[in-house]
Write a protein that binds this ligand. Sequence first.
Ligand code: BJW
Ligand code: ZN
Length: 249
Amino acid sequence: MSMVFSSDLIEAIRNARSCLVLTGAGVSAESGLQTFRGMEGLWDDFDPMKLATPEAFACEPKKVWEWYQWRREKLPLVQPNPGHRAIAQMEKYFQNFLLVTQNIDGLHQRAGSTKMVELHGNLNRNKCSRCGIMIETLPVSDEVPPRCQCGGRIRPDVVWFGEMLPEAVLRQAWRAAESADLFFSVGTSSVVQPAASLGLVARNNGAFLIEVNLEKTELSGLFDQVFLGKGGQIMPLILEEIIKAKAGS
Ligand code: BJW
Ligand code: ZN
């Protein structure tokens, strides 16, 4: 695949001291995990957008729990892809770097990313839906989902619609967006807030914005450069360009 890097982009990479990469489900698509709003984003005929809510868990805890169990069971069977790996390498080339992921699958960590935050939690953690305590080991129980000692139902430690994002994590992401010179949005539809606003924040503070996605998104107009294609193909080429630009500067 050949790609055109504008001289503006090369210049922006060369001069950038602070880089923020925002990722979404599209980054994990090539690892075999489904996206939310993609064509095959359906599970058992249920809409993921309706399952990822506190209301769904309150009304149908078993169904929601089993959906997450089904997704959990896939994690050990999938591997980080070249997109994850290229993003993990990027952190070496900037004085300041932060990967902000909306994904809960842990694939960025497995690819070697260390300077990162998870905006929407992690699929491998559980907490009590009543008292909020973190549950390290699931109790043996016939009940689905199992219960905390307080009697509350155990749920995955992820952020559902209508819930607040972890405060410290959101603050860190916001600060990084405010000070970023270079901002990448990779594999996200940019419809879920507040994550989708990070690009706007970066733009308002003068960052150079690059989008990588299979297709245009509602936010594409905001970006200085849009690369249409697979993250696993485009991110390694961007990494190469970063290495070249940084070696020459
Ligand atoms: C590829 C590819 C390849 C495919 N290569 N690309 C302001 C305005 C309007 C609404 C709101 C607002 N502020 C808050 C809201 C409400 C709500 C919201 O944003 N709603 C919108 C739908 C309008 N937000 C919230 O409720 C958030 N909480 C909050 O703001 O609290 C304060 C508050 C509360 C109430 C009212 C007001 C304020 C919480 C959001 C939590 C989102 N949680 C989920 C589930 C997590 C657990 C789980 O995984 O089950 O997070 S929903 C789901 O969407 C998941 C994702 O992280 C998130 C984003 O999706 P993502 O990653 O972008 O995936 P897709 O599928 O949408 O897109 C994939 C993209 O990849 C596509 O574009 C493809 O083309 C592309 N692609 N293959 C490159 N190979
Ligand atoms: Zn509890």
